[in-house]
Design a protein around this ligand. Structure first.
Ligand SMILES: Cc1cc2nc3c(=O)[nH]c(=O)nc-3n(C[C@H](O)[C@H](O)[C@H](O)COP(=O)(O)OP(=O)(O)OC[C@H]3O[C@@H](n4cnc5c(N)ncnc54)[C@H](O)[C@@H]3O)c2cc1C
Length: 382
C-alpha cells in the first residue's frame, strides 16, 4: 500500500503579515454583509469586487510577472484564499480563472494565449466557466459526446454541457470536446478549447437549484465555430489536461469552508454557556477544522514544491465536504433552530441556505464515490 504524502507545513512570516492586510481590506469591503450573504462566498459573483482584488495583486499571485502575475508563493496565496472564504467574500467572478483556467493556460496554453488571457485575469477583468459535465456524462467524464469537428480555420462544435456554473456571466469557458471517436479508447480523442460564451450558436439556459438560485446552466452548442488558435494544448491531449485541472479544483480551502459562517454563528450562540453536549460537539468540529486546514495547507506546500498531490487532494475534498455537510445538522440538533428562507432570524436563514446547499458539496468537483475510487487507486488498493 502506498502512503499519503501529507507533511506538516508552516506558513512563512510573509504569509502571516499578508493576512492582516487581507483582513483589513475585507472588513472595509464587506462591511455589514449578513451571515446568509457571507455563506454564498465562492458562489457570489461580483465583478467590481474581483477588480479590486486584482488591483491588490491577489489574483494569479503565483504566476510569472510577465503575464501580470506576482511571483508569490502558494502559501501566500493560501492565506488570501482562506481569509476570503472565512469572511464570505463574493469571489466567483475570478475564482475559477485564478484556481484552474489560468494555471491550465500557463501549463498547456500557447504563448499567444497566455499573453492574451492571463494579464486580464490577474486584473480581475476576465471570468471563466468550466465546461466538462454533459447530460449523460458526469462521473464518467471520458464518455462525453459533444463533438468538435475540424473545419477550415478551426472547429465546428455541436452538443451540450450541463451544470455549467456561471456560464451566463463568465466571458470564457474552458470546455472539453470530442475531436475524434475511438470506441475502443474513450479517453483518446478529447481536446480542450477556450470558448467565448457569446459566440453565435451558443444557447445558455438557466437551471434553478433546490434553493431557488440560478448559478448553473445548460449550455447548448449548435454549429459553434471555435478558431484553431483557441484550442488549448495538443489535439487529443484533453484527458491528461483535464485530470491535471481537476487536481487543482479539489485541493483548496473551499472544500471545507463552505459552512464556516454557520460554525461561527454556532460558536456565538453557545459559547457563553455551552453545556457539556454543545462543548463536546463544538470541540469535535473545531478539531476537525484544524486538522483539515493542516492537511489542505500541506497540499499548498506540495504544490509549492512542484509536486502533483492528486491523491491527497481527493482525500481532503472527501473529508472536507463531509465536515461542511455535518455543520448544518449539528446546528439543528444543538440549537433546535428551524431553517427558513427569505424570512426569520439571521441564523435561521443561514441554516436554511446551507441546509439546501449542503447536498451539492459532495457532488460538485467530483462525487464522494468517485473520490474514494481515486483514493483507493492512489493507495494501491484497486
Ligand atoms: C453545485 C454544482 C456545480 C457544478 N458546476 C459544474 C461546472 O461548473 N462545470 C461542470 O462541468 N460540471 C459542474 N457540476 C457537475 C458535477 O461535476 C457533476 O454533477 C458530478 O461530476 C457528478 O456527475 P453527474 O451529476 O452526472 O452524476 P452521475 O455521474 O450520474 O452520478 C450519480 C451517482 O452515481 C455515483 N456513481 C457514478 N459512477 C460511479 C462509480 N463508478 N462508482 C461508484 N459510484 C458512482 C455518483 O457518485 C453519484 O452519487 C456541478 C455540480 C454541482 C452540484
Amino acid at each position: 500500500m502506498h502512503p499519503f504524502g501529507f507533511e506538516l507545513c508552516e506558513l512563512p512570516p510573509q504569509a502571516e503579515s499578508l493576512r492582516s492586510e487581507v483582513r483589513e481590506f475585507l472588513r472595509a469591503e464587506l462591511g455589514e454583509a449578513t451571515p446568509a450573504q457571507r455563506a454564498g462566498s465562492w458562489g457570489g459573483f461580483d465583478p467590481e469586487f474581483s477588480r479590486k482584488v486584482g488591483t491588490r495583486g491577489w489574483i494569479g499571485m503565483t504566476w510569472p510577472k510577465r503575464y501580470g502575475g506576482h511571483e508569490r508563493s502558494a502559501l501566500e496565496r493560501y492565506v488570501v484564499l482562506e481569509e476570503m472564504l472565512a469572511a464570505g467574500a463574493p469571489v466567483a467572478a475570478h475564482w475559477i480563472a485564478d484556481r484552474q483556467s489560468g494555471p491550465l493556460l500557463l501549463r498547456f496554453g500557447t504563448e499567444a494565449q497566455r499573453q492574451r488571457f492571463l494579464p486580464a485575469i490577474t486584473r480581475g477583468e476576465l471570468s471563466f466557466a468550466i465546461g466538462m459535465s454533459e447530460p449523460d456524462s458526469g462521473s464518467d467524464l471520458a464518455s462525453i459526446r459533444t463533438r468538435a469537428e475540424r473545419v477550415p480555420g478551426g472547429y465546428r462544435v455541436n452538443g451540450a454541457k450541463v451544470w455549467t456554473s456561471n456560464a451566463h456571466r463568465a466571458h470564457y469557458m474552458i470546455a472539453l470536446f470530442r475531436t475524434h471517436s475511438d470506441p475502443a479508447n474513450k479517453h483518446a480523442g478529447l481536446s480542450q478549447f477556450l470558448v467565448d460564451t457569446r459566440s453565435p450558436g451558443i444557447t445558455i439556459r438557466p437551471i434553478v437549484d433546490l434553493s431557488g438560485s440560478h448559478h448553473f446552466n445548460e449550455v447548448v452548442f449548435q454549429d459553434v465555430f471555435v478558431p484553431e488558435d483557441l484550442r488549448v494544448g495538443e489535439e487529443g491531449a484533453g484527458w491528461m489536461q483535464v485530470t491535471t485541472e481537476l487536481a487543482l479544483e479539489r485541493s483548496g480551502p473551499e472544500r471545507y469552508l463552505s459552512s464556516f459562517a454557520l460554525l461561527v454563528e454556532l460558536i456565538r450562540a453557545v459559547s457563553k454557556e455551552p453545556g457539556e453536549r454543545a462543548a463536546v460537539a463544538l470541540g469535535r468540529l473545531v478539531a476537525h477544522l484544524a486538522t483539515l486546514r493542516q492537511m489542505s495547507l500541506s497540499i499548498a506546500g506540495m504544490l509549492e514544491a512542484g509536486q502533483n498531490p492528486n491523491l491527497e487532494a481527493a482525500l481532503v475534498k472527501d473529508l472536507g465536504t463531509t465536515f461542511e455537510q455535518e455543520i448544518p445538522e449539528v446546528v439543528h440538533a444543538l440549537l433546535g433552530v428551524e431553517p427558513t428562507s427569505g424570512s426569520g432570524t439571521d441564523l435561521q436563514q443561514l441554516l436554511g441556505y446551507l441546509t439546501q446547499q449542503a447536498p451539492s458539496f459532495s457532488l460538485r468537483g467530483g462525487t464522494r464515490e468517485i473520490l474514494r475510487g481515486i483514493i483507493a487507486r492512489g493507495l494501491g488498493l484497486r
